[in-house]
Design a protein around this ligand. Structure first.
Ligand SMILES: Cc1cc2nc3c(=O)[nH]c(=O)nc-3n(C[C@H](O)[C@H](O)[C@H](O)COP(=O)(O)O)c2cc1C
Length: 362
């Protein structure tokens, strides 16, 4: 793309507000591509030899125990609206023993603090900080460490979003020295680093490069849920809009990303179009440590207030529990040892030699 096709960027706070407004609608969903979690079927066990209350969904992510494999994925920060959204999300995470992710903490670097004080409502929850890789490259480790400690985060998500940036007016399209930046932060930060996409997925090749520099945690944020190319397309003008339309469905589906990464020794959060607990269980069965949910929880909150969000979270947790029970799996680890059925579109993404090939009835 020629450099002059990028308009001047909107101020960060108005951009964030536009993102929230667009994501409250379904206009920003992927169109033709699903996250392929619909290609997974768990095998019913008519005699599970378990009581429902035996099900123990707890898992460990970034060194902290979650009561269920569910993380409220990064969404917002840096505006007054973000303050109430994040405090409500973090409160739900605390009460149900889930993880919660801040949206980008970039505004904090310029002194904007709204939306980042949640530790008082979530004293024990896993809290994930968040910064774009490009901003991280330009920021000293000491300054990033301050962002984390100020907010009491347990880990830092470094987000990768090249597809979104090429469509965003004034987007940052220089991703050089990315792996060098990740290496620096893995080595120098006091907390774990989670390398996270934002809706286009992580490939096996990238997974290998990350493992080689010591990364232990990733968030797929794969294709099939919120299209960030879509979000920026709706904000863009003329030529960029046409480009955005072309790339709207770009990316590796969430389930494909999980199976690509599953045997590399990484802890995986499977985000991207996970809207219910059965889809979350499918992601876990494929090898994810936890599932991440962003826009569906934002919509539950905007449509039903804190009570609506609470109902939605309880429903997802019940669905996760029932999926384990009906598969005869007491824990997520047990679910990962059960046979599963995988459809042809997802099967193509399972690498040769992956243990999943033996488990999946292809
Ligand atoms: C309103 C909104 C804002 C987001 N902001 C961020 C962000 O600041 N940093 C980030 O890593 N991801 C951000 N995301 C991306 C999500 O964390 C997630 O990767 C993506 O939306 C796919 O998940 P979903 O299909 O459940 O929405 C945002 C998502 C939403 C809906």
């Amino acid at each position: 793309m020629p450099p002059d096709s990028h308009d001047a960027p909107a101020p960060i706070s108005s951009r964030k507000a536009e993102h929230i407004a667009l994501c409250e609608t379904d206009d920003v969903a992927f169109r033709a591509q699903t996250n392929l979690l619909d290609e997974v079927q768990l095998v019913h066990d008519a005699l599970p030899e378990l009581a429902l209350e035996d099900i123990d969904l707890s898992v460990t992510f970034c060194g902290k125990t979650l009561k269920a494999p569910l993380i409220i994925a990064a969404m917002t920060g840096g505006t007054a609206q973000a303050e109430s959204i994040n405090r409500t999300l973090a409160d739900v995470a605390q009460r149900h023993g889930l993880g919660f992710g801040f949206g980008s903490q970039r505004p904090l670097l310029s002194g904007v603090t709204e939306g980042y004080a949640v530790r008082d409502v979530a004293p024990d929850a896993l809290i994930l900080g968040n910064l774009g890789l490009v901003q991280a490259r330009e920021t000293s480790t000491a300054a990033i460490e301050r962002l984390i400690t100020t907010c009491g985060a347990d880990a830092l998500c470094l987000h990768l979003n090249p597809a979104m940036e090429v469509i965003q007016p004034g987007g940052d399209v220089d991703f050089r020295d990315g792996l060098k930046t990740i290496t620096r932060l893995v080595q120098e930060l006091s907390v774990p680093v989670v390398v996270k996409e934002t809706g286009c997925g992580l490939s096996r090749d990238l997974g290998r490069r990350l493992v080689d520099v010591g990364v232990r945690w990733v968030d797929t944020s794969g294709a099939g849920g919120t299209s960030w190319v879509g979000v920026e397309t709706l904000r863009a003008k003329a030529d960029q809009r046409a480009l955005g339309e072309r790339f709207w469905d770009w990316g590796i589906p969430t389930a494909a990303s999980v199976v690509q990464l599953a045997d590399l020794g990484l802890g995986i959060c499977a985000t991207g179009g996970v809207a219910d607990g059965l889809a979350a269980a499918h992601a876990v069965a494929l090898g994810a440590t936890a599932a991440g949910v962003a826009r569906p929880f934002l919509q539950a909150l905007s449509q039903g207030g804190p009570e609506g969000l609470e109902r939605r979270v309880r429903l997802v947790l019940d669905e996760l529990r029932f999926a384990h029970f009906l598969s005869g799996a007491r824990t997520p680890a047990a679910l990962q040892a059960k046979p599963i059925l995988v459809g042809p579109r997802l099967a193509r993404w399972i690498p040769k030699g992956s243990p999943l090939r033996d488990r999946a009835m292809l």
